[in-house]
Design a protein around this ligand. Sequence first.
Ligand code: ATP
Length: 508
Amino acid sequence: QNDLFKKLVAHCKEYGFIFQSSEIYDGLAAVYDYGPYGVQLKNNLKDYWWRSMVQMHDNIVGIDASIFMHPKTWKASGHVDAFNDPLIDNKDSKRRFRADVLIEDYMAKIEDKIDKELAKARKRFGESFDEAMYRETNPRVAGYVEQHNAVRDRLAKAMTDGDLEGLKALIEELEIADPDTGSRNWTDVRQFNLMFSTQLGNIAGEEGKLYLRPETAQGIFVNFLNVHKTTRQKVPFGIAQIGKAFRNEIVARQFIFRMREFEQMEMQFFIKPGEQQKWYEYWKEARMKWHLALGTPADQLRFHDHDNLAHYADAAVDIQFNFPFGFKELEGIHSRTDFDLGNHQELSGKKLQYFDPATKENYVPYVVETSIGADRMFLAAMSNALQEETVVGANGKESTREVLKLHPAIAPIKCAILPLKRNDERLVNMATDIFNDLRLSFDVQYDDTGSIGKLYRRQDAIGTPFCVTVDFEALDDNTVTLRDRDTLSQERVPIGQLEQIIRERVDM
Ligand code: ATP
């Protein structure tokens, strides 16, 4: 698993998908830049999301709100007071940690021990091994399980209660040390607000303090009336947005899974109070279907109900994806009640209500939201797609290829056009003509910088679903070879039909 993750990170860099930000200065932690193929893939994912939300729903419209918002926004949303993680510093190494993550890492070590014991026993007992029974009856394993569960319960309670001293006590009791230096010289645990702040140009001090938005949702809530009035939408209706969000995450690891600057794709669906259960179920199912339609295998996705509800929610579920480091949140579906609109109404003094023409009543709508990180989706798509395969060449020899089996709709390049010989003017001219024709419809690439075998491998590695090879036969009969990335099949097709064939495959 770990090797797979390393391979993925290396692949992203080697093929121009993702670079560390400011790499020439040794990088900036948890901040990344998307390279030429990365930006194409990410744009395609965002486009797929936008079309499925806005284009395919009569009652969902889009906006693009600013990153900067009036500071009162974050008071109303609860982010000033409650958007915190428990922070602890190591006094010796001067490094900062999330207290809860230190404890989670400790639990992960116990889980590793349990896994090792189970693996040993499985080897020993073979077919007849009963894991559940062994967990309960083997004294060593049962002891680990008990210890693990006790820590888990205490951590959950301390987090729910906001008990910072309890977290500190747990860290001391478990003798948790700085993973790099082994030092156990800790400060107290304190709340750390995850919002980045900056300063308005013309106002000094606290008054001029601004935040970089930690979520895109609030730009939608404060525009509820504007959008409702100008589009004449009736409840239920939704507002969708894609944009950057910023969180000063304490833990910076796992590549683009947890970044300090990232992109969200959020949709707030405004509904009649009392109908939240129905719409919550609706969006749960709709969002799962979206993932499956992209080709993500069902067994790599699962729902995970929240144990601790966020301050704004009356129901919340995550869609988790099986990342190379395990099942983790990819998307959240939250029933936010009238928490946000209600608070904005109170703090702004503006009525944020909807007049129901059927019942002649005014009410503050409830909200069910779907919220997914574009970068996490990118990581999920890449983890799914990257495969190493053994292939048999025309000469009968076996070789391995790295191939990105991305859904054709999101592949950065849809088709590569490759002349069989780069020093034959007729082949090059014909390939260039095909390229210039197809580029009007798709992202395509012309390449004549190597042998055909090498060019195929390169296209495999960036996930190009089709390669067109222009060979000598093409000069006689105007047909070319169309190679399929996944099946490796090669069929001869008339040049005039290429556009239609490719379109059928890359359209969702
Ligand atoms: P986590 O528990 O992983 O920190 P969260 O519950 O705080 O995530 P939400 O506030 O629900 O996340 O944000 C919605 C979505 O935004 C998440 O499902 C995730 O895809 C994305 N997201 C949140 N934080 C980050 C981040 N630091 N880097 C990249 N994507 C993020």
